[in-house]
Design a protein around this ligand. Sequence first.
Ligand code: DGJ
Length: 742
Amino acid sequence: MNRSITAIFCKLSLLLLYTFFFIPESLYAQQNIIIPVETGQNAFVLQVNKEKRTEIMYFGKKMNAEDYSTISGQYKQVEDNAGIYNSAYTPSGSWNLVEPAIRITHGDGNTSLDLQYISHQTTKQDDNVSVTAVLLKDPVYAVEVSLFYKVYNKENVMEQWTVITNKEKKPIVLSKYASANLYFIANNYFLNHYHGTWAQEMKPEETKLTAGIKVLDSKLGTRANLFQPPTFMLSFDKPASEDEGKVLLGTLAWSGNFQIEFEMDSYHNLRLIAGINPFASEYTLKTGQEFKTPSFITTYSEHGKGEASRNLHNWARKYRLLDGEGSRLTLLNNWEATYFDFDEPRLTGLFKDAKKLGVDMFLLDDGWFGNKYPRNSDHTALGDWQENIKKLPHGIGYLVKEAKEAGVKFGIWLEPEMVSPKSELYEKHKDWVIRQPERPEHYFRNQLVLDLSNPQVQNFVFGILDSMFIKNPEIAFIKWDCNAVIYNANSEYLKRTGQPQTHLYVDYVKGLYKVLERIRSKYPKVPMMLCSGGGGRVDYEALKYFTEFWPSDDTDPLERIYMQWEYSYFFPVVATCNHITDWSKLPLKFRTDVAMMGKMGYDIVVSKLNEKDLQFSQQAVANYKSFSDVVWHGDMYRLVSPYEKPFASLMFVNENKNRAIVFSYLTNNRYMNPTSSLTPVQLRGLDPQKKYSIREINLYPGTGSSLKNDLVLTGEELMTVGFNPDVNGGRMSVVVEVKELK
Ligand code: DGJ
């Protein structure tokens, strides 16, 4: 055989082997091993070098498999330490000088780590999902690291995590243990990340990354997203727009402290390391123990942020969000209508209001519990989950029954991870509370956090929900709130059991997941809302257990347009709870239309609505029910950005492309500003061949539409020229149904 034929033969046989087979160590010696991890459109390619180190060779558009083998030869970035910049999982303490993904102190006190390739294996779970596992080992110490890459072919999503195993004879200490280590080569990098605080969640900021390390992190323990969520968009070469540009969307599936680092190396390449925040979290692994990191989830598109976000929506609805492909309950919540001030007659009156409105359920919020210290303000009673006998002398069971008689389901608010310093639970079980006994207590919203690293506390928290369901099997919904961060991080339980305090932040979150796991194995279906004093907690690990989340206490619809816009890049709107409240003086129709772009609910005093407002709301609930399927499960397109124009336009199209709902809002009503949509809005996602009727819906009683009656346009025309929703000061929000004409 001549040399080129031999090379082709070798390549082909290796290709066949590595696609779905295990590569034994002996084969490695013969040739560099290439490990392509591919989705329908993208590829992430690892290569094992001569020193048996696993490097990231390529990240981007999928190519022919044989093309990957020649990539490495094209790069001349090889001097000194550069060889480790693109490590698939960067160790520390040996020759690495850049930010590591892992740091270990071995049983004998040695702090160095080297990781060499041992084997890899790709397992197909079904036609769409496969997992590639790469096993690495330290040549000197008995430490193993397995890198997992799970790909969802159609959705173009990659989920990655790491398992670290201690096979040494003594315990080892992990002081960094990232979930993901990625490497990108582009001309420039633009990071779109988020910051905020209570009622101001998800404020975007785009930064061109420069030399050095940019870190997104949280050290709050619980309610960890309050100032910054573990979500970002990273554009390559130039900032990606909605429909153009190369962009990676990333998010960490972890409900506690996180750290996402973007380090530009000396070649202007970008290193990304993401995982649990190592801050105060050194983790000891005994002999034989393993540590599984949370998942880091990414999707990559070369066609802009819109496509990338639809990838995530499709993936989340199908594979992650609890009941992501199911439906949701519309509701009336009493929080802003009553706050803590209610009793049985007032609540049963509200059940009737919920029915009058036409929603599916009444949700009883905070304030229903505590007797020694009644919950009449946010200073007391968290932990004392018994009905307050003055407010509710006949208990929750009576309310469930009354709600049923009124024709609505009944849901209830809980904040099970928390304790008030003024509570019987605190008096009885101070050792269950996260606090430093020798320091003054610090409160966040006048409360403290229970120590979920303690199995007894886990039982207690599980018991709160379990006994609620046992006593009231017809409870149809739980709102799970979490209003405090962790101050004075110290656990009596860890102390008592001889475990390091530095396990607390991690074991808290693991304890939370254990509770949620138990709840879901016993009550798999009951819808639950993930709430955290607004949007302090939403991530794709928690969303395995929750059907929806509360993005923010800020329900001003103008603010919400921006906030929901940003959340929607990462989470499908079926998971986003939007309530109509009295936070704003903007017209009820505007508030309602904004809430319709997700899971709609009400938090208003129905009895104070005037006749027309009530009539409008009743029709709105009915309209919403008629098209919510399109919003919840259709493809979402952001058409006009409120950051660029004085109005916003978004649409949802169903799978068959025969029905779409288009929402448009005036977002800037300043004097002399163009206060109307001067140009048409080009729609997306329709079938160019189909004919569609355009009809304005959800009109306020007594107002007509300024859109032409019986307007029929082709999909082609709607997507090329578009139509004008005629948004203006007199028509601040417009909802249009686009329906195939047969
Ligand atoms: C914070 C939540 O975000 C609100 O909706 C409400 O449930 C209050 N907590 C109750 O205390």
